[in-house]
Design a protein. Sequence first.
Length: 112
Amino acid sequence: MSGPKFFVTNGHLLLCQASTCTRLGADVLYQALWAYLEREHLAYYKAGGSVRLTSSGCLGVCNYGPALLCYRQQGPGLEQAWYAAADFLLLRQVAQAVQTGAALPRAHRYDL
C-alpha cells in the first residue's frame, strides 16, 4: 500500500464560509476561485500549481466580509495577509502572487 502523495505548496488561501461572509457571497466566490485555480493550473494538485484553497470558519471581520487569509513561507518566516471585502479580482491577484512569489496585494488588507 502506498502512502499519501505530497504536493508542493507555495501558499495557502483560507476563504471564510461563516454565515455573514456566505450571506455576502463568499460561497459563490469560493466556487469561482476553485474553478479559476483548476482552469489556470494554479491548484496545488495540477501540473505546475502550488496554491491551496480551504474553506474557513470565521476570520473575525464579520460585516466586512467576504474575508480571506493567505499564509505563505517568505524567507525564514511565515508571511500572512488578512483581507476583508474580498472580491473575485482580489482573489485572483492573491492566487497569482502566491503562485509566482510576487508581493501580495495591499488593497483590502486589514493586517497592515
